[in-house]
Design a protein. Structure first.
Length: 140
């Protein structure tokens, strides 16, 4: 069993299976450390996923990532802000402990800053996700 504690800049491989590719996993970036969810008060984190840029298919240009930005990224990619989600800390920890999610290398600070900046720049970021991010990262 692997010890994983969610924190800002952590990355996880999380299954995103489709019927055509049951083993597919996407890289997810934790944009926040655990913070109480405003509706439930349960400690949660905001996550965004990364997807490969495909020729002739529209993608969100708010934050592109490139080979070398993270060891898992092998091709030009982008952050999928429209699929940003809030997950409980327990779900993330249990997912890693059960071998469903795989903890990967943390994102470098400069790259992480680009990803966070893109959250506010993307026209696809849901207002609730932006509010959670702002609450969770507000100076205390």
């Amino acid at each position: 069993m692997s010890l994983f504690l969610p924190f800002q800049r952590a990355t996880l491989l999380i299954p995103s299976a489709s019927t055509s590719d049951a083993d597919r996993k996407h890289l997810f970036i934790l944009l926040t450390s655990p913070h109480p969810h405003p509706e439930s008060n349960i400690k949660s984190c905001l996550l965004v996923s990364v997807s490969t840029i495909k020729p002739k298919i529209h993608f969100d240009p708010a934050c592109k990532l490139y080979k070398g930005d993270h060891p898992f990224i092998k091709e030009d990619s982008f952050v999928v802000y429209r699929l940003a989600r809030i997950e409980t800390t327990d779900k993330l920890i249990n997912g890693v402990n059960q071998g469903l999610f795989y903890h990967k290398e943390s994102l470098g600070e400069e790259i992480f800053a680009r990803v966070c900046h893109g959250l506010g720049e993307s026209i696809f970021t849901a207002p609730a996700m932006l509010r959670f991010y702002e609450l969770a990262t507000a100076q205390k």
